[in-house]
Design a protein around this ligand. Sequence first.
Ligand code: UDP
Length: 469
Amino acid sequence: MDCIQQKPHAILVCFPLQGHLNPAVQLAIKLASKGFTITFINTQSIHHQITSNTQKDSDEDIFSDARKSGLDIHYTTVSDGLPLEFDRSLNHDQFMAAMFHVFSAHIDEAIQRLMESGPPVSCLIADSFLVQLGRVAKKHGLLYASFWTQPATVFTIYYHLDLLRLNGHFDCIDRREDAIDYIPGVQSIEPKDLTSYLQEEQTNTICHQITFKAIHDAKKADFVLSNNIHELELQAMTDLRKKVPFYAIGPLLEFTKCRVAVATSLWSKSDCTQWLDTKPTGSVLYISFGSYAHVTKNELQEIADGVKLSQVTFVWVLRPDIVSSNDSDPLPKGFREETGDRGMIIPWCFQNQVLSHPAIGGFFTQCGWSSILESIWYAVPLMCFPLIADQPTNRKLVVDWKIGINLCDKSQINKLEVSEKINILMKSGNHELKNIIKELRRTMEHALSREGSSERNMDQFINDFHQAI
Ligand code: UDP
C-alpha cells in the first residue's frame, strides 16, 4: 500500500508591528511554496488596521489571493488582550506588557482549537519577541521555531549579555566606555553602537524583559529562522551556527512585482509614483523613520530645516504620530509652502515601490532592519539616524559595509549637519556608495538563487525539520 506523506503543518505567529509582520508574511509564503501547510495567526488589532485601510471586509482573509495561487495558507486572528480601540502607539509600555503577560495565553487557546479541528500540527513558528511561546509549543508537543527579524550581529550580542555584564559594559555602576572586543563573532564595537536597550541607564523596563526573555527562549528553540543573509554577517553567523540551530534564509522581502499579493500595510498608502516620474534619475531623497519610532519636536524641526537648506527634492513619510505629542502639524511653520513642489509629504507609502523608482537616489532612515534590506535590494544608499532598539547596531553595519553614511547622534542633531550630510549622500558620495550597495544586492540575489546560501539553509531547515518530527 502506498504511504502518502502528509504535508507538514506549522502555525506561524507574528509580532504585531509592521517591521515584523512583513517578513512573517513572506516567511509564510516561502514555507507554503516549499510544501508546508501554514496557519498564520495575526492579532485582531492588526487585522482590523489592515482591513480598515484597504476597504476590505473586516472578516476578509488577507491570504485569500495566496490560496488562489495554490499556497496552502490559512488565517486566523486572536486578541492581544487589549481593546481594539486602545492606542498601542501612544501607550507603548502597556502594549508591550500585554504582549509579555497576556498574549501567550490567547495563542495557547488558539493552538488548542486548531489542534482539535484542523490537520495535525507539528510546529509552532513564532516571532522571537513573542516570549513564552516556546513553553506553549512544548506544552502541545510541538517543535518550536523562533523567528528572528533583526541582524545576526544583534542576536549574537544579546546571546553574550553575560559577557557584557562581566566586563562592566552593561548593568553596572560606572559602565566602561571603551570598545567591546570580546564578543565572539562581533568585531570591536563601541558602546554607542549597541542596541538602545543596552545603552539605557535602566535595565529592567518591559522592553528589556521581553528582549532578554526572547533570547533566552531562542537559545532553547529547536530552530531559529532568521531574516538574514549568511554572507553579509559571516563572522556572527559562523559563531552562532556553533551554538544555535540558526538558519539565515533572508532576505524575506515583498517585491514590487510579486507573484502573490498579501495586504499587510497598517496605514493607507499614498501613491507618489506619478510625481516621482517627473523627477530626474537619482535626484530624490526618500525620508522615513519607519512604523513605530518617535522623534521629538525639536529633532523634527532640525531635520526639516536641514532638508530645506539642502535644496534636495524629497519624498517624506511623516506618520501622524511621529512626534509623540498632540501636534496637528509638527513641521516648522511655513515648511510646506517654502519647499513647495520640491517635496512630497505623505503619511505612509508602499516603500518598496518608492525605493524601486529610478528617481530615488538616497534613503534617510531610522535603520529598521527591513528598511535596510529593502534599500540594499533596490540599491539605494542610506543616511542613518537610528532611534530605538536594534537601530544603532544596524547603523554600524550599514556604515561598516560602506553602503551608507551616519548622520549624527540624536542629541547632536542640527540643521547644518543634516543639510551637509544629505548633500554627501545625494551628490559627492553617492557614486561610491551606489557601487558598493549594488554589489551587496548581487550578494542577496545570489543567496536567493537555487545554489545560494539562503536557499540551501531553507532546504537544510526542511530536512532537519523532517528528521525532528
Ligand atoms: N514601510 C512601508 N511604508 C512606509 C514606511 C515603511 O511600507 O511608508 C514598511 C517598510 O517597507 C518596512 C516596514 O514598513 O518593511 C518597516 O520595518 P523596519 O524594520 O524598516 O522598521 P520599523 O518600522 O520596525 O522601525
